[in-house]
Write a new protein. Structure first.
Lengths: 135, 135
């Protein structure tokens, strides 16, 4: 049986998007889907296809962004894991009922997509994002 | 187009497998596929289904294992990312031709599965594993 919950993307913080693409696109061979700036988060991102999932490379474009601070403190590497669920409100409600600490208790919206982050303290150290599947 | 390279699993180091399952299985809702000991690496692992991929939870079962040392140094969290490729030797050859540093220059075998690790210094800080797809 295939799980109804899929990995939408794995996010990786990089110092330089072009340099990172030399590995992820050219050496590993993932197809580059798109590169876009996300001004609200002061980052530039690249999405590469990996089956039904994506690898998201995230490069800070200001020294003050949250990602720039993360990069300075922890270095480049794996950042968060995003799962796609059918009903994000049901998923968040189930988590809250089980005592999971949510960063976003109600879904936020970006590019028409509902999402929420789960606090790493409730997952065993992993920043987890939920996406609601697009209907 | 769906990429021929898929994410086989995302590995997460945890302090305690049972505690971790309270989030990944019970709160997030991933189906637990199997729990098994890997004596050669002194770990116990749990595989949970996420679409065509898996989340692999890894708990050290000795204080001397590589994973125990990783846990003591870096804490629990995302550990490595494993991609499934059709031809692992072709993939490793392409990487070497592009100057990527490999941890395993020739594939190793575990449970009948050919695999190799790529050094994080060539990926931008991410430990990457390759699996060859089972024919």
């Amino acid at each position: 049986m295939t799980s109804p919950i899929i990995i939408n993307h794995v996010a990786i913080v990089v110092e330089n998007l072009e340099a990172a693409l030399l590995f992820w696109r050219d050496a590993l061979g993932l197809s580059l889907d798109k590169v876009q700036a996300v001004p609200s988060e002061e980052v530039q991102v690249a999405f590469l296809e990996a089956g039904t999932s994506h690898v998201e490379l995230v490069q800070p474009i200001s020294a003050e962004s949250g990602i720039a601070k993360y990069l300075a403190k922890k270095g480049a590497g794996l950042h968060h894991l995003c799962f796609e669920v059918i009903d994000i409100e049901a998923a968040l409600a189930r988590m809250q009922a089980q005592g999971v600490e949510l960063i976003n208790e109600t879904p936020r919206v970006r590019d028409g997509r509902r999402y929420a982050f789960i606090h790493p303290k409730s997952t065993g150290g992993v920043l987890v994002e939920l996406y609601e599947a697009l209907s």
